[in-house]
Design a protein around this ligand. Structure first.
Ligand code: SF4
Ligand code: SF4
Length: 312
């Protein structure tokens, strides 16, 4: 059972002003270091019901860790004792690298591994903050139990669209990261938005993975199947993969909140076929410092095999 949260204490005016000033400075520093959006959410109880319902429906596929993380997500003080605030940042996708295969790769994974890019920014911010105010902190980039999209929404970085992604003023092509800290910061205001009558992302999804507005069934989602899933990809999804070697951008490319995507040349068939000849060490070396290794060498060869099957 999560421990009860203490009631919000009455804040003297000077304390509130100090916290707001510290938060304003931190958000400005985050933006100066490269964040397109930044804000603060207070550490308060998170209702586990929506995630539990999603898990109960089986939509998490084999991501069993999400069930284990549920109590930690509900009470972030179990992740960092005494945690009071979460600084959330959104950064643009890392700039594409020079590998000739990147045209076959989801946009977020075309450059340096975003865990490193976002982690560098947050560690730099944390060093600056710690130099001003004593406290504990923990940097997390898609690696811990934090409900990052919900925290970013609460912190005012954006709102969640029907494709389930955070829609920021700069669109959805952002990566998120968090600094969880015991330092009391002033929460920033949430923003609202809604999709209206639009359903472009639902229509664009090649597998019907968007089973309800904002609800993704990972068992059908190519972003999950080509990256996180281990073992064979069910044959029913091979044709839908088309020539996607890693990840899927279809729902985000369809979203009018994003600029028209930059076109990159698709690699030649031989370049995809060459992946099948590389052993694990060669693949690790080829894709070191990128997010592609998230699929593991076996997953990259599996994906290349399906792309070649689909080749016209
Ligand atoms: S990433 Fe691709 S498969 Fe997954 S929900 Fe979006 S469009 Fe569908
Ligand atoms: S494509 Fe349309 S429906 Fe989907 S998230 Fe974007 S605005 Fe909303």
């Amino acid at each position: 059972m999560p421990r009860p949260f203490p009631p919000s204490p009455y804040l003297p005016y000077t304390v509130r002003v100090e916290r707001e000033a510290l938060t304003g400075w931190l958000v400005e520093r985050a933006q100066a270091l490269g964040a397109t959006a930044a804000g603060v959410a207070a550490v308060t109880p998170m209702d586990p019901t929506p995630l539990q319902a999603w898990l109960d429906a089986g939509y998490a596929a084999e991501m069993a860790f999400l069930q284990r993380h549920l109590p930690l997500r509900a009470d972030l003080r179990a992740v960092l004792p005494g945690a009071r605030s979460v600084l959330c940042v959104a950064l643009p996708y890392p700039a594409p690298g020079a590998d000739p295969l990147i045209g076959a790769v989801a946009r977020y994974a075309r450059g340096e591994d975003y865990h490193c890019v976002v982690g560098r920014l947050l560690h730099a911010l944390w060093a600056e903050l710690r130099a001003r105010v004593p406290g504990e902190g923990r940097v997390l980039v898609d690696s811990g139990p934090l409900p990052e999209r919900e925290l970013a929404r609460r912190a005012g970085l954006g709102w969640v669209g029907r494709h389930g992604c955070l829609i920021t003023p700069a669109g959805t092509r952002v990566v998120l990261g968090e600094l969880l800290t015991t330092i009391a910061l002033a929460p920033t205001a949430a923003v609202s938005g809604d999709c209206g009558a639009c359903r472009r992302c639902l229509d664009a999804c090649p597998t019907g993975a968007l089973v309800a507005p904002g609800v993704v069934d990972a068992r059908r989602c190519l972003s999950y199947l080509t990256v996180e899933h281990r073992g064979d990809i069910p044959a029913a999804f091979h044709a839908a993969m088309g020539t996607r070697l890693f990840g899927c951008d279809a729902c985000q490319d369809a979203c009018p909140h994003n600029p028209t995507p930059e076109a990159l040349p698709y690699p030649a068939r031989d370049a995809i076929a060459a992946l099948l000849t590389l052993d694990d060490d060669a693949l690790r070396s080829r894709f070191r410092h990128t997010s592609l290794l998230r699929a593991k060498p076996a997953g990259l060869r599996r994906n290349a095999g399906i792309v070649l099957e689909n080749w016209q």
